[in-house]
Structures are given as structure tokens and as C-alpha cells.
Design a protein around this ligand. Structure first.
Ligand code: SRM
Ligand code: SF4
Length: 527
């Protein structure tokens, strides 16, 4: 937005598309778009504006869209999960759903002709996909154990929901928040282990006491992009839980009104902070909110290593447990979703929560229901006790569905982990994150070993390859890792990963089956 006296910046392609027509308008045009089909649609509507409604056209699967939901704090209930399963099911083998690195879910294979009915269904079940793409605020992440964590400081569920409702106008779409200069991420942590990766967000709330009152220290400007990966920095502000929505709104409006829009590669919030300096940014947020903000508390309350939430643990409510279920690379099929909805209803209270590690939690299982729960056949595939490498594997979408991808990720990540687990014994969990390109959706910078898709050369041919990142730390001492190797062809990756696991994580080579000699042949005969 240009201020009086400032010259009007040249609009880039995306700013022009937004200026021509607001994507939310397409909500009124869905029946028409459904009737003309994907091939006849205006390209800017299809490839860009529909993302304001959560519909992402997939060039790698012509005619099909990905539908990205919004789930504040990553929480969904069984009836909603079943409604999403029915959508996935209608597309048969061509469809599935992925749990995302923002505690969210995306559905595959959606056709535009079905969208009016799909949106009616979402509305009926209290779900929304609005403003989940392009220049909007992404899914609001919160502590996955909110309300059930025995050591919780603040229950983030209501806060995440209220921030989402403010941004999306209760899920109906909010024209005031749909035209940010670029994407924007918000996280609200109420726990001691930084289970949301607060530092990766443009705006994050970290629990902190001030004068014996629990509230949040605020950090701003975290982002990953091909050009810049930086952790968020302190805004030097403390807010009480009651002020989270107002502060989020003030930061967003400051960014909307003043954020840089000329160069899309330099439009994220951190570039505005860099231009103004953090003091000026804070002053502008104060002007927007209309009163001075409180100085940050001296220390925050992140003090633990990060949980992975896998397995059965006690809740703060006596007699109740939560089960952290490992979903390999976050992928679900329709039947899985029906089964998980049923399990959540039969053993818990019907609630399911997603984690930023692309796994899920079924809370509120009474002690008396644990035994039958543990016998559920689905838990053989979605384990409560996976092996140490599988356990913390994360992967972005990759070339199966994503047009930016330089490599295939999810299926390759699974095959690689199985191959490594067949050959190595690893005593500790190792966080291996795959991401298909430098956009870093799979967050390789927070991993013990991060693998970022690129192109390399082998025998004179261009091949799929990865850059390797190491040293990412999560939890209370979160730190971004750095790139240690470049362009390792994916076909040559296994021995490289084996060496790294042996050298840095104490992995041991299993005795190879070929060389295994049964004990009786080793016994020296006494005859
Ligand atoms: Fe992402 C763009 C998938 C989390 C940084 N991301 C995309 C697109 C929409 C590109 C596209 O059009 O194909 C991908 C859709 C692929 C597909 O079909 O699934 C995509 N991003 C994802 C997800 C699904 C990865 C996953 O497998 O979990 C995550 C969805 C989260 C959600 O529910 O909203 C996802 N993306 C992230 C994160 C991680 C995070 O938020 O903690 C990041 C890095 C953090 C950040 O944003 O600062 C991330 N995605 C990007 C970027 C680089 C942004 C930039 O400033 O340059 C892009 C490209 C862009 O926006 O132009 C991108
Ligand atoms: Fe696609 Fe790249 Fe994001 Fe992976 S990191 S989902 S390949 S944009």
C-alpha cells in the first residue's frame, strides 16, 4: 500500500494478478468454474487466485488440484476426518492426503467440477480451506499437547482458533487479510519444548513470565526461502494471552501496509524489518495497535528438548492417555482416515491432532481402553514405537505432486530409511528431513541430517541429487543447521548417509546376512 508522498512501486506479476481481482471473489464463481472445467479457466484464476480458497492447481497431475485445509492448532475431529476421507475416496487410487509440516492436511486429486459440492461439505462439517495459500497467513500452529500436557504453561487451542478466525473472518474469507506482500507464518507455543519450531515463523509467541503472570515473548521475521534462511528475532515485546489476537492483527496490518512488494524474492516480513530496523518496526506496530507495548520478559520458558510425541503417555487429566501415532512421511489414504476417525471415537473423544513432524496424536484414551486400543491392526503399519530412523523422518511433497521439485522425496525417503535400517543399528532417534527444492518446506535446516533436492551430475548425465545440511537443533536450544555437502547424486546417497550416521550418531553396521556364520560353525570341535 503506498503512503502519501511515496512513489508507486512497479507491480510484479503476482501483485498485478491480485490488483486485477481478489481471489476470494472466486468463491462466488465456483459453479461457473466447475461448469467450464480446468482447461477453459483463466490461467491466473486457476494457477493463482484459487489458492486464496485453498485450491492449488497441480501441473504435474493435469486437471487435478490439491486442497489445503486450515486446522488451527492442528486439531480435527472424527466427523471432519471422515468428511475429508470421503472426498479422498471419491477419487480412488489417484488420491491421498498428506499431513504437513504445519500441523495441517492436504487432499490430492480434487477436480474442479466437484469443488462446489466439496466446499458445501466442508462448510457443513465446520471446516475451511480459505486463505491457505499464496499471500496469506498459513495454518496457525500451536502446541500439539495443548490442554493435555502435564507441564503446560498456556493452552494454545483457543488462541490459535481466535487468530485464525480473525484472519479468515471465521473461515468465510477476509478481504482485509488476503493481500499480504507474501506468505506469512504464525506459531503459538504454550509448552516448554518448542514443539512448533517457533523460530521458523514470521511471528511467534513463546511462553514467558512477567511479574509472575504467564504470557508470551514475541519473536518476528523467521523464514526459509531459496535466498535467505533466518531464525526469528526478538521484537522485545511481552503480551498477555488476551492480547495475542490484537498483536497478531497489528503486525499483519503493519506488514500489509508497508511490506515490500516490488521483488517477490524480498517481500517476506524479515526484509521489512531489515529495512526499518527492529526498533522502528516495533514503533510502527505500536502505532497500529494504538498503545505502547510491554517490554519482553527477561527469559522465556522454553527449557526442554523437543518431544516427538510418539507412543502412549499420560495426560494431565488422571486416568487419560494420549497416543502419538507414527505416520510414515505423513501420507494417509482414505481407508486410513476412516480407521483413524473410528479409533479416535471408539477409544478417545473423537479428537485427532497433527504434529509438525507429520504424525498424529489421539488424545483422551482412558486407562481402561488402552489394551484394546493397542490391539488395533492399523497400529502395525502406523506404529507407536517405530525404529529410530523412521521415527523422526519428515519429507515434503516432492516431484510426485509439486511442480517446484527437483527430486522425488516422499517415496525415496521411505525406501532409503528402510535400506538404512536394514543395514544399521541406531541407538538414538535421528531427525532426517527431505525437501525437494530450496523452498525448504521439509525444513532441512532444523534436521540432524537435512537433504535438499538439487540437480547433480553422474557419468556425464544430469541426475537427481541432494545438498546435505547438518547441525539443526530443535527444542529450547533451537538453531539452524548449515550445508555441509553439495550435489550428492541420490543414487550415491546411501553410503554417504551411512557414514554420517556412524560418525555422528553412533550407528553400528549390522552383521550382513551374507557374512553371517551360524554359531555352530564357529565352535571349535573338541574331538
Ligand atoms: Fe511450502 C511453496 C508444500 C511448508 C516454504 N509449499 C509450496 C508449494 C505450494 C509450491 C507449489 O505450488 O507446488 C508446495 C505445495 C506442494 C504440494 O502439492 O503439496 C508446498 N509447504 C508445503 C508442505 C505441504 C510441505 C509438506 O509436505 O508438509 C507444507 C504445507 C504447510 C501448510 O500446511 O500450510 C509446507 N513451506 C512450508 C514451510 C515449513 C513451515 O512453514 O514451517 C516452509 C519454510 C518456512 C517458511 O515459509 O518460511 C515453506 N513453500 C515454501 C516456499 C518458500 C517461501 C519463500 O519465502 O520463498 C514456497 C515457494 C513460494 O512461496 O513461492 C513454498
Ligand atoms: Fe515442493 Fe520444493 Fe516445497 Fe518440496 S520444498 S513441497 S519440492 S516447493
Amino acid at each position: 500500500m503506498t503512503q502519501a508522498g511515496e512513489s508507486k512501486p512497479t507491480l510484479n506479476k503476482f501483485e498485478k494478478i491480485k490488483a486485477e481481482k481478489d481471489g476470494l471473489v472466486l468463491k462466488q464463481e465456483l459453479d461457473y468454474l466447475a461448469s467450464i472445467g480446468w482447461e477453459a479457466m483463466d490461467e491466473a484464476d486457476r494457477d493463482y487466485r484459487l489458492r486464496d480458497l485453498g485450491l492449488f492447481y497441480r501441473t504435474v497431475t493435469p486437471g487435478k488440484f490439491m486442497l489445503r485445509m486450515r486446522l488451527a492448532n492442528g486439531i480435527i475431529i472424527a466427523s471432519q476426518m471422515r468428511a475429508l476421507a470421503e472426498i479422498v475416496q471419491q477419487y480412488g487410487d489417484e488420491s491421498n492426503a498428506d499431513i504437513t509440516t504445519r500441523q495441517n492436511i492436504q487432499l490430492r486429486g480434487v477436480r474442479i467440477e466437484d469443488v462446489p459440492d466439496i466446499f458445501k461439505k466442508l462448510h457443513q462439517y465446520g471446516l475451511t480451506s480459505v486463505q491457505s495459500g499464496v499471500d496469506n497467513v498459513r495454518n496457525i500452529t500451536g502446541s500439539p499437547l495443548a490442554g493435555i500436557d502435564p507441564d503446560e504453561l498456556i493452552d494454545t487451542r483457543g488462541l490459535c482458533r481466535m487468530v485464525q478466525d480473525m484472519i479468515t473472518n471465521n473461515g468465510e474469507g477476509n478481504p482485509a487479510m488476503v493481500n499480504l506482500p507474501r506468505k506469512f507464518n504464525i506459531a503459538i507455543a504454550g509448552c516448554k519444548d518448542n514443539s512448533v519450531h517457533a523460530e521458523l515463523n514470521d511471528l511467534a509467541f513463546i511462553p514467558a513470565y512477567k511479574n509472575d503472570t504467564i504470557g508470551f515473548n514475541v519473536i518476528v521475521g523467521g523464514m526459509f526461502s531459496p535466498k535467505l534462511c533466518v531464525a526469528a528475532i526478538p521484537l522485545n515485546v511481552w503480551v498477555s494471552p488476551d492480547d495475542v489476537v490484537a498483536l497478531s492483527k497489528a503486525v499483519l496490518l503493519t506488514y500489509r501496509n508497508h511490506g515490500l512488494r516490488a521483488n517477490r524474492q524480498k517481500s517476506r516480513l524479515m526484509y521489512l524489518i531489515d529495512k526499518w530496523g527492529i526498533e522502528e518496526f516495533r514503533a510502527q506496530v505500536e502505532t497500529q495497535i494504538g498503545h505502547p507495548l510491554e517490554i519482553a520478559a527477561e527469559k522465556d520458558e522454553f527449557m526442554w528438548n523437543k518431544y516427538d510425541h510418539i507412543g502412549v503417555s499420560k495426560q494431565k487429566q488422571p486416568g487419560l492417555n494420549f497416543a502419538g501415532v507414527h505416520i510414515p512421511i505423513g501420507r494417509l489414504y482414505a481407508q486410513d482416515m476412516f480407521d483413524l476417525a473410528r479409533m479416535a471415537e471408539v477409544y478417545g473423544t473423537g479428537e485427532i491432532r497433527f504434529t509438525v513432524e507429520q504424525n498424529l496424536i489421539i488424545p483422551n484414551i482412558p486407562d481402561s481402553r488402552l489394551e484394546p486400543f493397542l490391539k488395533e491392526p492399523l497400529l502395525e503399519r502406523f506404529s507407536l514405537n517405530p525404529e529410530n530412523l523412521s521415527r523422526r523422518l519428515v519429507s515434503c511433497t516432492g516431484s510426485q505432486f509439486c511442480g517446484f521439485a527437483l527430486i522425488e522425496t516422499k517415496n525415496r525417503a521411505l525406501a532409503m530409511i528402510k535400506a538404512l535400517e536394514a543395514e544399521l543399528t541406531v541407538e538414538q532417534p535421528v531427525r532426517i528431513h527431505w525437501t525437494g527444492c530450496p523452498n525448504s518446506c521439509g525444513q532441512p535446516q532444523v534436521a540432524d541430517i537435512g537433504l535438499m533436492g538439487t540437480k547433480g551430475r553422474k557419468n556425464g548425465q544430469v541426475v537427481e541429487a541432494v545438498d546435505i545440511w547438518m547441525g539443526g537443533k530443535v527444542g529450547f536450544e533451537a538453531e539452524l543447521g548449515s550445508r555441509i555437502m553439495k550435489q550428492i547424486p541420490c543414487d550415491d546417497l546411501k553410503p554417504v548417509l551411512k557414514d554420517l550416521l556412524i560418525e555422528h550418531f553412533g550407528a553400528k553396521q549390522k552383521q550382513s546376512p551374507e557374512r553371517f556364520v551360524p554359531q555352530e560353525f564357529l565352535t571349535v570341535s573338541s574331538n
